[in-house]
Design a protein around this ligand. Structure first.
Ligand code: UT7
Length: 326
C-alpha cells in the first residue's frame, strides 16, 4: 500500500493577543490562577473582520508554500472545525474557492479538538485508496465566537488560530498508524447547545437572540482527557509495534498543561519529549495540534527519521492518535 506522509506544514495566527492581565479586567480571575491551573499566558483572538475560512485559507497557503506545491495539484481539501463561518457552504469549499484549487473535492470534519487527527486519517485513506493524490488538511477555529466572555470558567481557556498540512505519497516513513475512538455517551461533558428557544413555538421570544456558548464540566473532562489520551498513545504504538522508548516526540492537544503532565506521568514518558505551546495560544481546539506540529518542526525539534505521536481528546467525546515517521 502507498505510504502517505506530510509534504509541508503551515499555520496562521491572528495578530491580536489577549493576555491574562487583559482577562483580569473582564472577569473575576487572575494571571496567577490561569497560569498555575492551565499553563496559559496569552491567546490570539481573530479580528472582527477575520472569519474561520480566512484563517483556514492563510494556513493552507502557508502549507502549500512549505510543500512547494501549487493549489492546482491539490485534489482533496478537508477542513476540521467546530466554529465555521456558516453551517454551509463548508469551510473546505470556501478555502477551495480562495486558493483556486479547481480540481479538489472539499468537505469539513466535525470532531472538536480531535478534528485535525480525524481529518488527517480521513485524507490519508483517500490517498491510499487512490481517490486522491495530494490533500490539504486544515484545522481552523475562531472559537472566540462561541465563548461567553462573561464566564470565567471557559473564557480564559480558548484562543483562535489555524494550522494545515499537505499530505501526499512518500517513499519512506509517513503516517505509520492511526487510532480513532468516540465516547458519545459522555457528550454532555462539553457542548455548544443550539438553544431550543430558536423554535418559533418557544414562549420566551427574548430567547431568540440567545447565542450558543461553550459549556463544559471541567473537572470530569480533565480525568477523561488524561485517561483517553494515554490510552490512545498506547493503542497507536501497539498497532505499529513500536515501544514508547522509541518515540522521539509527542505532540498533544493543548487543553491544559496539567493534563499534559498527567498524560506524561501515566505513560512514563519524560515531559521534555512532549511539545508544549499552550502558554502562547491557549486551547485552539482542532487547530492546537496543527499549530504545535508546525512549531515543533520549524524550531527543528522534530528531525528527519524522528518518530512523532500526535494525540488528542475533545468534545464528542472523541480521542485520536497518529504515529508519524518524519
Ligand atoms: O479541549 C478539550 C476540552 N477541555 C478540557 O479538557 C478542559 C479540562 N479541564 C480543565 O482543564 C480544568 O478542569 C479547568 C482549567 C477547566 C479548571 O481547573 P480546575 O483545577 O479543575 O478548577 P475547578 O473547576 O476545580 O475550580 C477551582 C476553583 C473554583 O473555586 P472554589 O469553588 O474552589 O472556590 C472555581 O470557581 O477555581 C475557580 N475558578 C476560577 N478562579 C479564577 C474557575 N475558573 C476560574 C478562573 N479564575 N478563570
Amino acid at each position: 500500500m502507498v505510504k502517505v506522509g506530510i509534504l509541508g506544514l503551515g499555520r496562521y495566527l491572528p495578530s491580536k493577543k489577549l493576555t491574562n492581565s487583559d482577562l483580569e479586567k473582564m472577569v473575576d480571575t487572575s494571571d496567577e490562577w490561569i497560569r498555575t491551573r492551565t499553563g496559559i499566558k496569552e491567546r490570539r483572538i481573530a479580528a472582527l473582520h477575520e472569519k474561520t475560512s480566512d484563517l483556514a485559507t492563510k494556513a493552507a497557503l502557508s502549507a502549500l508554500r512549505d510543500a512547494k506545491i501549487s493549489a492546482e495539484k491539490i485534489d482533496l481539501i478537508v477542513v476540521a472545525t467546530i466554529s465555521p463561518d456558516s453551517n454551509f457552504p463548508s469551510m473546505a469549499c470556501k478555502v477551495q474557492k480562495a486558493i483556486r484549487a479547481h480540481k479538489a473535492a472539499a468537505f469539513d470534519v466535525s470532531a472538536a479538538c480531535s478534528g485535525y487527527l480525524f481529518a488527517l486519517t480521513t485524507a490519508k485513506q483517500y490517498i491510499q485508496t487512490g481517490l486522491a493524490k495530494r490533500a490539504l488538511v486544515i484545522a481552523a477555529e475562531r472559537i472566540s465566537g462561541l465563548i461567553d466572555w462573561k464566564n470565567r470558567d471557559t473564557c480564559v481557556l480558548f484562543g483562535d488560530g489555524a494550522g494545515a498540512c499537505v499530505l501526499g505519497p512518500v517513499k519512506s516513513g509517513g503516517i505509520l498508524a492511526d487510532f480513532l475512538q468516540a465516547f458519545g455517551a459522555q457528550g454532555d461533558l462539553m457542548q455548544v447547545i443550539a438553544p431550543e428557544a430558536r423554535s418559533p413555538f418557544h414562549p420566551a421570544k427574548a430567547a431568540y437572540t440567545q447565542l450558543p456558548y461553550v459549556q463544559m464540566k471541567g473537572q470530569e473532562l480533565f480525568k477523561v482527557a488524561v485517561n483517553s489520551m494515554a490510552d490512545a498513545v498506547e493503542k497507536v504504538l501497539k498497532k505499529a509495534k513500536i515501544k514508547k522508548t522509541q518515540v522521539d516526540w509527542i505532540v498533544p492537544h493543548q487543553a491544559n498543561d496539567r493534563i499534559i503532565s498527567a498524560v506524561a506521568n501515566k505513560l512514563g514518558v519524560p515531559k521534555k519529549k512532549i511539545f508544549i505551546n499552550i502558554d502562547k495560544y491557549g486551547n485552539m481546539s482542532a487547530a492546537s495540534i496543527a499549530v504545535a506540529l508546525y512549531e515543533a518542526k520549524k524550531s527543528k525539534k522534530i528531525k528527519k527519521g524522528d518518530k512523532v505521536v500526535l494525540v488528542t481528546f475533545g468534545a464528542g467525546l472523541v480521542s485520536a492518535a497518529n504515529l508519524i515517521k518524519w
